[in-house]
Ligand binder design. Structure first.
Ligand SMILES: NC(=O)C1=CN([C@@H]2O[C@H](COP(=O)(O)OP(=O)(O)OC[C@H]3O[C@@H](n4cnc5c(N)ncnc54)[C@H](OP(=O)(O)O)[C@@H]3O)[C@@H](O)[C@H]2O)C=CC1
Ligand SMILES: O=C(O)[C@@H]1CCC=N1
Length: 268
């Protein structure tokens, strides 16, 4: 893999989690340069500056990780620094390749990456789509993202908003479920801290089991539910009129729809 420098323009919760994941994967610290207005240090000897550089990025991966609505303000200042050797990587939810191309007309390659926060542990999911998947630097970006967990190319950009809802937002939905599991136990008399510990470990163990199994989670659920036993009674509540499936479908629909709105806002 080439050792292209990596600029992180914006390094808040998400890009910071990615950088933490790359450091866990032993990427050399001197590959990374952070630009963030606050200039807040990242640690680990990573270079941080509060302004864009004076001279161009040259051959580099330049990841933008600010909020989607900031693109119109920030891109004009970056434009003259981006040339045909520069690969722009955007983690901005919603914002489409065509909008990014308008923002960075001289970039050699543009890739959208949709990470999630568990990338900090190398256990994330990163959806990817490039203007040219076979083109310059696409493989470099894919290799870099694979260090953060599961990296998947998405064939159709129209599905990228769904990926953003499923895996980008997904940890938030799973955290809600963990809280609900813990609060349910607490409401039935368990010590709150103990209920939370047990809920988190139950989700961790179940996720690892599902990840290592060739069988679908539905089959694994059936293995827990002994005929005539108590789990089935609980599943009956989740399954009644597809209660959980409908709730999760509506959740993903709402998040997907907001991603589409953000794409629209960025087009203006
Ligand atoms: N949070 C998540 O789980 C996910 C977020 N995303 C995407 O990541 C992006 C960032 O989200 P998130 O990390 O949560 O947000 P944060 O608010 O945590 O981070 C925003 C970052 O943008 C920086 N910033 C603000 N103004 C500028 C500027 N003028 N120039 C350069 N950088 C600037 C901030 O700088 P400073 O640090 O100095 O304040 C900060 O580092 C969004 O586009 C979002 O769609 C994608 C997937 C998941
Ligand atoms: O909430 C957001 O807009 C971003 C997209 C995926 C996760 N966070």
């Amino acid at each position: 893999m080439s050792e292209l420098p990596i600029w992180l323009i914006g390094c808040g919760n998400m890009a910071g989690a990615m950088l933490a994941g790359w450091l866990v994967a032993d990427e050399p610290t001197d590959r990374f340069r952070i630009v963030r207005p606050s200039g807040v240090p990242f640690g680990s000897g990573i270079s941080v500056q509060s302004h864009l550089p004076q001279s161009g990025f040259g051959e580099a991966i330049v990841q933008i990780g600010f909020k989607p609505h900031m693109l119109a303000d920030i891109a004009p200042d970056m434009r003259s620094l981006v040339g045909p050797e520069t690969c722009i990587v955007s983690i901005l939810a919603g914002v489409e390749l065509a909008t990014l191309r308008e923002a960075f007309p001289d970039a050699g390659q543009i890739v959208r990456a949709m990470p999630n926060t568990p990338v900090a542990l190398g256990k994330g999911v990163v959806g990817l789509i490039a203007e040219d998947e076979q083109g310059e630097h696409a493989a470099d970006v894919a290799t870099l993202m694979a260090k953060l967990g599961l990296a998947e190319w998405i064939a159709d950009e129209r599905l990228f908003d769904v990926v953003t809802a499923l895996s980008g937002s997904g940890p938030a939905f799973v955290f809600r479920f963990m809280d609900a599991l813990a609060r349910g136990g607490e409401a039935l008399g368990l010590d709150p801290a103990q209920a939370l510990r047990m809920a988190v470990e139950t989700v961790r163990g179940a996720a690892e089991l599902a990840g290592q199994s060739d069988e679908r989670p539905a089959t694994l659920a059936d293995r827990v539910a002994s005929p005539g036993g108590s789990t089935r009674k609980g599943l009956d509540i989740l399954d009644d009129d597809e209660a959980l499936a409908k709730l999760v479908h509506a959740t993903l629909e709402a998040a997907t729809s907001r991603n589409r709105e953000m794409a629209e806002e960025a087009r203006r």
